[in-house]
Design a protein around this ligand. Structure first.
Ligand code: KIV
Length: 278
């Protein structure tokens, strides 16, 4: 049975930590799902983690629909949350169209969008239309050019107060959960205490109701990139590179493929096929 937003909210009520991972394809989604992950986020981090862009900004709605559908085909149990890409929720109508595509064509059960009080009319409209919405506050990568630099948000009293007010406003507008990215741990704790909905942190300390990691970071797939907030639960980059090198060597020395990886045909049929050919 697929997890629902109620299941996720009950985890907060029971004090059970919520793990979320990003996924972008059906194979990885199936692996994470069989490990028991309750939420898969098809993040627009697709842009910098899979598509080779430098940020999330070039990611289009078509990209997100395609990858969300792949994840939905791979995962049977996890709740699938899809990111609304950059500027696809600038107006109410655009937001409804984007959410419709992510849910109808992509098979997501919920969407995520970035921003605070300014986004509450959008959140309210989507929720009225039957779309579960996850909020995202703190460092919001779609605003990379406004921030100028990736840095922890809400360190000053005024900025912290604004984040608390944004979080309360998103809850009031109907968001079912909230990602807090790059926020001081004590501020994330203060927000988490004040909300009925679960907070899911990334670089926001241990006091959130849940944690999210970008799967390429968590798996150690990019050995040139290790953000401070990420822990490598595996080191796959050297394993994959060694496997590729072993494959190249096997092809070079003709030890692959062997009979075991090949098929044969009846010799008479081959002779007949070759008859008359030079
Ligand atoms: O796109 C993404 O991966 C995200 C997470 C960092 C929360 O939004």
């Amino acid at each position: 049975m697929r997890k629902t937003i109620t299941d996720i909210q009950q985890m907060k009520a029971r004090g059970e930590p919520i793990a979320m991972l990003t996924a972008y394809d059906s194979v990885t989604a199936a692996l994470f799902d069989s490990a028991g992950i309750p939420i898969l986020l098809v993040g627009d981090s697709l842009g910098d983690n899979v598509l080779g862009f430098g940020s999330t900004i070039p990611v289009t709605l078509d990209d997100m629909v395609r990858h969300t559908a792949a994840v939905a085909r791979g995962a049977q149990s996890a709740l699938i949350v899809a990111d609304m890409p950059f500027l696809t929720y600038a107006t109410l109508d655009m937001a409804v169209t984007a959410a419709r595509r992510l849910m109808q064509e992509g098979g997501a059960q919920a969407v995520k969008l970035e921003g605070g009080q300014a986004m509450t009319p959008i959140v309210r409209r989507l929720v009225e239309c039957g779309v579960p919405v996850m909020g995202h506050l703190g460092y919001t990568p779609q605003s990379a050019h406004v921030f100028g630099k990736v840095r922890v948000q809400g360190r000053s009293a005024a900025a912290a107060r604004r984040l608390i007010e944004d979080a309360l406003a998103l809850e009031e507008a109907g968001a079912f959960a909230l990602v807090l990215e790059l926020v001081p741990a004590q501020l994330a704790a203060a927000i988490t205490e004040r909300l009925r909905i679960p907070t899911i942190g990334i670089g926001a300390g241990p006091y959130c109701d849940g944690q999210v990691q970008v799967s390429t970071d968590m798996l150690g797939l990019r050995d040139d990139f290790k953000p401070r907030h990420a822990r490598r639960f595996a080191e796959l980059a050297p394993i994959i590179r060694a496997a590729a090198a072993a494959y190249i060597a096997a092809v070079s020395e003709r030890s692959f493929p062997s009979d075991e990886h090949s098929s044969r045909m009846d010799e008479a049929a081959l002779r007949e096929a070759l008859e008359g050919l030079s």
